[in-house]
Design a protein around this ligand. Structure first.
Ligand code: HEM
Length: 416
């Protein structure tokens, strides 16, 4: 492994699954070392070109995100990229597309995220959050993730989409099952068996959503599926297959991320009692800052990838050369600890101002479409939780799934 300027690189190998099983402080130290180098490090095999340049600084991740004609999202932003036949059968997800198809799809789905529709969703979020906290008081569950953190975003998206009650449990099981295995090193036996089961589940989910879509096209209601299948943008609306692909994307992009952010949030507010006291002293005034600081500190999505369309000098003429066809990985978590942007970056500080974190992406056309919704969900849930159960706290350490893709919390014990 070497840097793009040919200098020797540090010992940590981000392409080795074992790196992602190291304790968080060891990984953070490796990224701090990478940020100090003059150029991004290439991980992989330079002879075959298989591998990626690691973009670890705030400015580099922003540049790649905001120069989409050079840093392409196609053929895919996750590793490994989805096989071609999967994309043909299931449809492309917008996160993996470039213009003009990306812009076209994004214009259609953006209509579902207008302030008016999101205003209506606020009611749903409040209703679900109240019910979940009622349930916590009554049942006293042990695990925060399954009883609260995973439920809230899932129920909110299903309600937004207009998914009936009865298949929801099956869908949530499939989402948990499928996403548990993204970016995780697994024994070979499971690696071979997983895709079949995951794809079958995906096919079932997509078939179900497509049939709801056909129904809504005939008889539109107030839900998101109706908005998507009847929206007419540039003479286009979503096909059944695109609708299915979008729903799958929402489940993974919108449920998993928010679930992990909520779990990390409760843990951070337990591990930092002075910050918790600050928040509880002024819940309404402090929640906005707390939510963004949780997202910066926890960074639910670790990295997305881009592919170079043309040769490019990073940071301007004379900068490190990235060649057409090469891959880069945008390490959002590392950018969020960039000491040139965030003073004392490892500290959890809910009053941090400004807080230009890249937890929702580095800007540009793929910036998280659900950022506002995610913030709303986190604020409403934490307000409900801390107002009604001021003693609520996590117990012990979160059970983290080692992954190079997301900071997934499998379970987190809690009490109140
Ligand atoms: C704390 C919660 C969340 C985090 C940390 C998060 C993070 C991200 C990140 C890092 C990206 C990629 C941005 C880029 O490449 O520039 C993204 C894209 C996306 N997110 Fe989120 N997200 C969250 C919640 C949500 C929610 C609630 C939804 C929807 C209900 C959502 C839907 C999407 C979609 C559809 C994209 C792809 C956008 C595109 O390609 O144009 N996300 N998100």
């Amino acid at each position: 492994m070497e840097t793009s300027t040919g200098l020797a690189a540090p010992a940590a190998d981000l392409s080795d699954p074992r790196f992602w099983q190291l304790p968080a402080p060891a990984r953070a130290a490796a990224f701090a070392e990478l940020r100090r180098l003059p150029a991004p490090v290439f991980f992989g095999d330079p002879a075959t070109g298989r591998g990626f340049h690691a973009l670890v600084r705030h400015a580099d991740v922003v540049e790649a995100s905001r120069t989409p004609a050079v840093f392409l999202s196609g053929p895919g932003v996750t590793t490994p990229e989805p096989p071609r036949w999967v994309r043909l059968v299931f449809g492309d997800s917008m996160v993996n597309l470039d213009d003009p198809r990306h812009a076209q799809l994004r214009r259609i789905v953006s209509r579902a995220f207008t302030p008016r529709l999101l205003g209506q969703v606020e009611e749903d979020i409040r209703r679900v959050a109240t019910r979940l906290v009622d349930d916590v008081e009554r049942r006293r569950p042990e695990d925060f993730v399954t009883s609260v953190a995973a439920e809230l975003p899932f129920q909110v998206i299903c309600t937004m989409m207009g998914i009936p009650e009865h298949p929801r449990r099956m869908i949530l099981d499939q989402v948990n099952h499928a996403s548990e295995n993204i970016g995780v090193a697994r024994p070979l036996r499971r690696r071979i068996r997983m895709p079949g089961r995951g794809l079958l589940a995906l096919a079932r989910m997509q078939g179900m959503v497509a049939s709801i879509g056909r129904e809504r096209r005939r008889r539109p209601t107030e839900d998101l599926i109706s908005a998507l299948v009847t929206a007419d943008v540039d003479g286009r609306r979503l096909t059944g297959r695109e609708l299915g692909a979008f729903f799958s994307l929402l489940l993974v992009a919108g449920v998993e991320t928010t679930r992990n952010a909520l779990a990390h949030g409760l843990h951070l507010l337990t591990a930092n009692p002075e910050q918790r006291a600050l928040l509880l002293a002024d819940l309404d005034g402090g929640l906005g800052g707390a939510v963004d600081e949780i997202i910066r500190h926890a960074t639910p999505i670790i990295h997305f990838r881009r592919t170079l369309a043309v040769d490019h000098e990073l940071g301007g003429p004379g900068g490190p050369l990235l060649r057409a066809g090469e891959k880069v990985a945008l390490f959002f978590g590392s950018a969020n600890r960039d000491e040139t942007v965030f003073p004392d970056p490892d500290a959890f500080d809910i009053t941090r101002t400004p807080n230009p974190h890249l937890g929702f992406g580095g800007g540009g056309p793929h910036y998280c479409i659900g950022a506002h919704l995610a913030r709303q969900e986190m604020k409403v849930l934490f307000r409900e939780l801390f107002a009604r159960l001021p003693e609520v706290r996590s117990v012990g350490e979160p059970d983290i799934v080692p992954s190079n893709f997301d900071h997934r919390v499998r379970s987190l014990r809690f009490t109140f």
